[in-house]
Design a protein around this ligand. Structure first.
Ligand SMILES: Cc1ncc(COP(=O)(O)O)c(C=O)c1O
Length: 431
């Protein structure tokens, strides 16, 4: 949309016309010490609490209180199959078949479990390719997997770096690299949306490029799930993992999600770490000695899951399912595009946006590099009720989330930000 305007009336008009505006009321928005709603732009780190979560947890606590162990079978939402209640909604969110997804564990744990099955190095094909500047946990995980298999990360870990002077990777550079080095690469593991730059990768093309060279291709979707639409099944992605506490609003440390493409899920002989919750449901309670994996992603489960956490994930997925990721994404493009427009209108050399300008190459997040005194700018934003986050050495990440952020939030944020950016003061006054 090119006809954005900088005046506040434009923001209030956009909010009034927003078909999704009522969803904001479904969430608790933290308040400043003066009792005003914060400008919460941190849903890429921890999403807000849906108001339905408390009731969802209370239901399980009540059933536990009144039924004890019988809750496994007779709770309103029986605990034995509880994770299955999330399956269809999760599948819709990431573009998967139901049998390809499961809610389990947490993100880094799932990355390791996936690598047990999908990082199968040989003496000639053993390298792992990640994006430069990947989330540290991913880097630690792949480096430890390399060492675990007897390889030195200094040789076996490949990191795609952007060109000099550029913050984002170019798609053609990614594909060229895979074409050139792919014969030695066993696994490609990329963040669907990079946590730092906010770059959204073309997962379909990366998967294709990897498969052309016989590599397994997986994605860390921590910053992509609930943020951008995906078609993991159609793209042929081998596996993917995501957390549920960012855009998915399911609460700190809540149960994560995992995708295993059906071409692998239907293969019970694929090496994996076993646990009783991944064992065939018909015979699980016969307590036999031999592991018989459930077909599909469920076959990677280890333990019976934490129901209280799953209840929060379910409450959140209910909202996503009601709105639909396509409608959310359509609003998200407007909100983030509007923020970009307002930032550009400041016409300031004091900062730059490192996130790709192409709306197809990003999600909700913009990463703003403040060239001098960024930490002070961030502290001043915090002081004035803006919740965003600071990433060393000079980056402020902001994510207007379409479920609960407004155009007015975005306008307020840029107005306050502009006040802090010395040479843009006059522009700020004009807003
Ligand atoms: C991209 C990415 N990967 C991995 C993690 C680690 O997640 P967890 O602590 O749930 O394993 C995070 C956490 O923020 C993340 O942003």
């Amino acid at each position: 949309m090119s006809d954005y305007r900088t005046d506040i009336d434009f923001a209030t008009d956009m909010d009034r016309a927003d078909a999704l505006k009522d969803y904001r009321d479904r969430f608790y928005v933290p308040q400043t010490k003066d009792g005003e709603a914060c400008i919460y732009l941190c849903g890429n780190s921890l999403g807000l609490q849906p108001k339905t979560v408390a009731d969802a947890l209370t239901q399980e606590l009540e059933d536990w209180k009144t039924l004890g162990v019988e809750g496994h079978f007779h709770a309103k939402n029986p605990w034995l199959p509880y994770h299955e209640f999330l399956t269809e909604q999760q599948a819709r969110l990431v573009g998967a078949k139901p049998a390809e997804v499961v809610a389990m564990n947490s993100l880094t744990v799932n990355l390791h479990l996936m690598m047990v099955s999908f990082y199968r190095p040989t003496p000639d094909k053993y390298k792992i390719l990640i994006e430069g500047g990947a989330f540290p946990s991913d880097r630690y995980a792949v480096a430890s997997q390399l060492r675990f298999h007897g390889f030195d990360p200094a040789d076996g870990l490949l990191e795609l770096k952007p060109r000099d002077g550029e913050a984002a990777l170019r798609q053609e550079d990614i594909e060229d690299f895979i074409a050139k080095e792919g014969d030695a690469i066993a696994l490609i593991l990329i963040g669907g949306v990079n946590y730092y730059t906010g770059q959204l990768f073309d997962m379909k093309r990366i998967t294709q490029a990897g498969h052309d060279k016989g590599c397994v291709v997986g994605f860390d979707l921590a910053h992509a799930t609930g943020n951008v639409p995906m078609r993991l099944h159609d793209w042929g992605v081998d596996f993917a993992c995501w957390c549920s506490y960012k855009y998915l609003n399911a609460g700190p440390g809540s149960v994560a999600g995992c995708f295993v493409h059906e071409k692998h899920g239907d293969n019970p002989d694929l090496p994996r770490f076993g646990g009783w919750w991944g064992h065939d449901k018909e015979t699980r309670f016969k307590m036999g000695p031999d592991f018989d994996a459930i077909r599909g992603a469920e076959g990677w489960q280890l333990s019976n899951p934490p129901i209280l956490s799953l209840a929060a994930v379910k409450a959140s997925l209910d909202i996503f399912d009601e709105v639909g990721i396509d409608a959310l994404h359509a609003k998200s493009m407007h909100l983030t595009g509007y923020m970009e427009f307002l930032l550009d209108a400041l016409d300031s050399a004091a900062f730059s946006v490192m996130t790709p300008r192409d709306p197809e190459a990003r999600g909700a997040q913009l990463s703003i590099v403040v060239h001098e005194g960024g930490r002070q700018v961030f502290d001043a934003l915090t002081e004035q009720g803006v919740v965003c986050d600071w990433r060393e050495p000079d980056c402020i990440r902001v994510a207007p989330v379409p479920l609960y952020n407004t155009f007015t939030d975005v306008h307020e944020f840029v107005r306050i930000f502009a006040e802090q950016i010395g040479n843009a003061e006059q522009k700020a006054e004009a807003m």
